[in-house]
Design a protein around this ligand. Structure first.
Ligand code: TXA
Ligand code: MG
Length: 326
């Protein structure tokens, strides 16, 4: 049990979150990646309510969050050695492993699949909550289906409002992009969703390397094209064209917002937000920036294409999914 001294007000909130979870309610809680919408993973009714509140189509599997790596055997079977090596290296942390499930894992959690997504998050509030709960917490990101994941408690409040029984406020999430997902249910591990733990870091731990075939991948709703989208159309624009495109759309009378790593040029009519040049800082700020622009009545959001470098893989992935096809 992690013995971190929290202020009394935080202690009170953790205890409240535990009471809500134990009676089958829904708790939004912070992790180092994004906020999750959590329920007792063994309470089928509570898990079913996650789908209602998120407006997520049934059959899309959820990640079960655990307090300790040692809990793995309760939730997963036939765990390959390479998966244990990943868990030992990266947990607690922003890594989700897809493993064969044990019989206790309800179909509501796995979407009826024979596998389950498992993660031990590193955020101190999440860890303490999980360790005191002494069970698994099933939690997708705490946003409506297809929308941007929340990286602050106020994003959860704005998106899901009164439908969540309790929001455990832990401030801004440190990483700001969802966990790296690695499928460990087959002989060779494969990345299903890039995240801040990149390919190279994974390969350093994997003696046999990573598989990369996209064939026969298990269903990952997060890989749908329209995922992680803001409500205004988002267009990815090459670095050298963004100034001219912004001016051209403004000249057509459109209200335009821009996210670019370069500074705003002189006399730019669009709302221009300069983003960090470093991939990690950019990832940390991306969703918060999109949340801030959403609902502000822009007609278009132009985003400068990220560099094609491995450290930008997770950011590129999320921007590609958020971009509309026009
Ligand atoms: O960082 C994160 O992963 C956050 C925090 C809250 O932990 N969670 C998150 O959950 O992003 P969600 O549900 O928004 O995305 C989880 C992804 C989905 O695309 C889901 O399909 C996939 O994980 N997934 C979960 N279980 C799976 C399984 N058994 N097989 C294949 N994909 C699975
Ligand atoms: Mg999500």
């Amino acid at each position: 049990m992690a013995d971190i001294p929290f202020p009394a007000s935080v202690e009170k909130n953790i205890e409240q979150a535990l009471r809500v979870l134990r009676r089958g309610g829904l708790v939004a809680f912070p992790t180092e990646t994004v906020y999750g919408l959590g329920a007792d993973a063994l309470n089928r009714k509570a898990v079913a309510r996650i789908f209602t509140v998120k407006q997520r189509p049934p059959g899309h599997p959820l990640i079960v969050h655990l307090g300790n790596t040692d809990d793995l055997a309760l939730w997963a079977r036939d765990i390959p050695d390479y998966a244990l090596a990943l868990a030992r290296q990266f947990w607690p942390g922003p890594l989700t492993l897809i493993l064969k499930r044990t019989r206790q894992v309800p179909d509501e959690v796995t979407g009826g699949q024979d596998t389950v997504g498992l993660r031990v998050p590193g955020h101190p509030l999440a860890r303490t909550l999980l360790q005191r709960f002494a069970g698994g917490i099933a939690a997708p990101s705490a946003n409506r289906f297809g929308r941007i994941s929340p990286t602050r408690a106020e994003h959860v409040r704005a998106g899901l409002g009164g439908e969540v029984d309790f929001i455990l406020d832990g401030g801004a999430c440190e990483l700001g992009l969802e966990s790296t997902i690695v499928d460990c249910s087959r002989p060779k591990p494969r990345i299903l969703r890039p995240g801040s733990i990149g390919r190279e870091a994974l390969e350093n731990v994997l003696a046999g390397g990573l598989g990369n075939g996209a064939e026969e991948l298990p269903r990952v709703p997060g890989s749908h094209d329209s995922h992680y989208a803001p409500s205004i159309p988002l267009i990815l624009v090459p670095r050298t064209e963004i100034t001219a495109r912004a001016r051209a759309y403004c000249a057509q009378g459109k209200r335009v917002a821009v996210l670019a790593r370069q500074k705003a040029p002189a006399e730019m009519p669009a709302q221009w937000k300069t983003m960090p040049v470093n991939a990690e800082d950019y990832g940390h700020r991306l969703y918060a920036s999109l949340h801030a622009l959403d609902g502000k009545n822009y007609d278009l959001l132009l985003v400068e294409e990220p560099p094609q470098l491995s450290e930008w893989e997770a950011v590129s992935d999320r921007l590609r999914r958020a971009a509309c096809k026009i």
